[in-house]
Design a protein around this ligand. Structure first.
Ligand code: HEC
Length: 151
């Protein structure tokens, strides 16, 4: 009994620490945005200089990165608006958590993505995310089928 408590107690402390700490995203909520206006934001901030998005093109922008980063499309986990907001206002966050991909960061490991925090209004951000979120299509996760192993 004591052993079980010794194992369970730290786990429960860890779990509550993760979900309910002052840094938890719980309670984060954006007002409803306007997707049409969001598309205009994407064009006017020239996001397509570094990104591709199916069905949206902009011939006026130059290519900025060696390899464009696709937005939208099939994903195996849904992009929540929290994740999308974070991608725009704190692009290096995900990279800091170990998702570093060759060609997407500078020498210091920071995202090559431009920082818009001083120029983009909160309403523009809300509309942008309202436009981007439905561009992602949740694809069912295909589990690898391993053949049965008989020694
Ligand atoms: C100078 C190039 C550049 C510009 C301009 C740029 N981005 Fe990015 N963006 C990147 C790179 C590189 C990444 C991949 C690394 C990362 O996640 O930061 C990225 C990642 C993202 C992601 C996360 C994608 C994913 O699959 O996780 C989103 C969302 C995004 N950008 C949105 C935007 C929006 C919206 C704009 C315009 C307001 C924009 N970006 C402008 C370079 C850029």
């Amino acid at each position: 009994m004591k052993i079980i408590l010794l194992i369970l107690l730290p786990i429960s402390v860890l779990l509550t620490a993760c979900s309910e700490g002052p840094e938890s995203p719980r309670g984060f909520s954006l007002p409803e945005g306007n997707a049409e206006a969001g598309k205009a934001v994407l064009i006017s901030y020239q996001c397509l200089a570094c990104h591709t998005l199916q069905g949206v093109s902009d011939n006026d922008v130059e290519q900025h990165v060696p390899q464009k980063v696709p937005l939208g499309g099939d994903v195996s986990t849904i992009k929540t608006y929290g994740e999308l907001v974070t991608s725009v206002i704190n692009p290096s966050h995900k990279i800091a958590r170990g998702f570093m991909r060759e060609g997407f960061t500078d020498d210091t490991g920071q995202s090559l993505m431009r920082n818009y925090n001083d120029v983009m209004t909160v309403n523009e951000l809300i509309d942008l995310v309202a436009f981007l979120q439905p561009q992602y299509n949740l694809k069912p996760f295909n589990r690898t089928n391993y053949p049965q192993y008989f020694p």
